[in-house]
Design a protein around this ligand. Structure first.
Ligand SMILES: *Cc1c(COP(=O)(O)O)cnc(C)c1O
Length: 397
């Protein structure tokens, strides 16, 4: 790619603005120090507290904390017993983790195309991909907007499929007044620093089902039936039984300490995200070359990402060029995501190729994620808008 440059221009902003980042303060620091001074530094009372707080917030029967969103997905596909020969339907427009969790178990991910308005998985495309081998659906609430859950749950019921919701973007989302977290069999969340709240690294699974709860606990810790807190505590005995080949995904107290503080701030974080979204919507809707995100009326959107669609036919350069020009302006734009079936691993292993999923392939060269995180000031927000104005004006046809 040629170096994009807008001649004669001075960069609008000196400091790089990322597309997303954490917001921590003395509360988190004190809570972590408190853990460091206590006798439990790995999984202990703070993790239990974090789980309690989370399940109350989600109005779920159970919440199981793990050390990443990917781990949450992996214990979920393990608990529904995905095995070689099983197919699981998911979206191509997601982080690879949503599909990798199927492959970890030896299963086959099958991609169903997205809808052109919400960019979420299309229930009609799911129907077309169902075979006798299909065992589950993993809808991803992309950018924080819930998928068409009524339709998806109906398909699942009709074909006796499990539903694992990937709500890594959707911690504060609701579908027709119901909180995301208990609609499907299992729901996963991520607390990576770019997500809406963070534990540095961490994840959570919520469920209302007793059997899944037991399995999730076991898969979190080597498939062992008694958790470490009980084994190493004063009242614990030595006996344990390994019933499944599980993993080692428990969350440490240091991470849980962050989660307890961050969850308390979620409401104010989300208020700020929504304020920024309103400014973007208002200022960007009049650009002829930009389509602002579409939001359905019957959902509460969690606004993890703000993705604009570029009308590339109206521009002299492609999206990658616009991306580079905005990066030159120190605006940390990004692209979410490279469709999963474009990755060489998926192409090689599952014989996938470009051309099979027209909607996501049409969309991919048009999407651009612009910065959105609660710590952004209004000046930051207007830096993004002004940089977009500068770059789009320069490259318009
Ligand atoms: C971030 C993310 C994950 C994985 O979460 P980690 O905590 O990074 O492992 C899974 N799915 C989606 C859609 C994500 O954005």
């Amino acid at each position: 790619m040629e170096k994009p440059a807008i001649e004669g221009g001075k960069r609008l902003r000196e400091e790089f603005l990322p597309y997303g980042t954490q917001w921590l303060d003395e509360n988190e620091i004190n809570e972590v120090v408190d853990s460091l001074k206590s006798s439990w530094i790995t999984t202990g009372p703070k993790m239990t507290q974090f789980e309690e707080d989370f399940k109350k917030f989600k109005e779920a029967k159970y919440a199981i904390a793990v050390n990443s969103g990917t781990a949450a997905l992996h214990i979920s596909t393990s608990s529904i017993d995905i095995n070689p020969g099983d197919e699981v339907i998911t979206t191509p427009l997601t982080f690879v983790a949503s599909a990798n969790c199927v492959v970890y178990r030896g299963g086959t991910p099958v991609f169903a195309d997205i809808k052109k308005d919400t960019y979420n998985i299309d229930p009609n495309e799911i129907k077309k991909k169902i075979t006798s081998k299909t065992k589950a659906i993993i809808p991803v609430h992309f950018t924080g907007q819930p998928c068409d859950m009524d339709e998806i749950l109906e398909i699942a019921e009709e074909h006796e499929l499990y539903v694992i919701e990937d709500a890594a973007h959707a911690i504060d989302a609701e579908y027709k007044g119901r909180k995301i977290g208990t609609l499907g069999d299992l729901t996963i969340f991520s607390f990576h620093p770019v997500k809406n709240i963070t534990t540095a690294e961490g994840g959570m699974v919520t469920t209302n089902d007793d059997d899944f709860y037991e399995k999730l606990l076991m898969f979190r810790t080597h498939g062992i039936s008694k958790d470490a807190q009980k084994r190493f505590g004063k009242s614990g005995g030595y006996y344990y039984d390994m019933q499944y080949l599980g993993y080692r995904y428990n969350l440490s107290e240091l991470h849980a300490a962050l989660g307890i503080c961050q969850l308390k701030k979620l409401k104010s974080f989300q208020k700020r995200r929504r304020e920024i979204v309103e400014i973007y919507n208002k200022e960007l809707q009049d650009f002829d070359e930009i389509i602002i995100p579409y939001k359905k009326d019957n959902v509460k959107h969690s606004w993890h990402l703000y993705i604009i669609q570029l009308e590339i036919e109206k521009l002299r350069v492609d999206r990658d060029y616009i991306f580079k020009a905005l990066r030159e302006e120190n605006i940390g734009v990004n692209v979410h995501y490279i469709p999963v079936h474009y990755h060489s691993y998926y192409q090689n292993k599952f014989g996938l190729k470009k051309g099979i999923l027209p909607n996501v392939e049409w969309l991919f060269p048009r999407i651009l994620t612009i910065p959105l995180f609660p710590k952004m000031t209004n000046d930051d927000v207007y830096d993004v808008i002004n940089a977009l104005d500068k770059v789009i004006t320069y490259y318009r046809k």
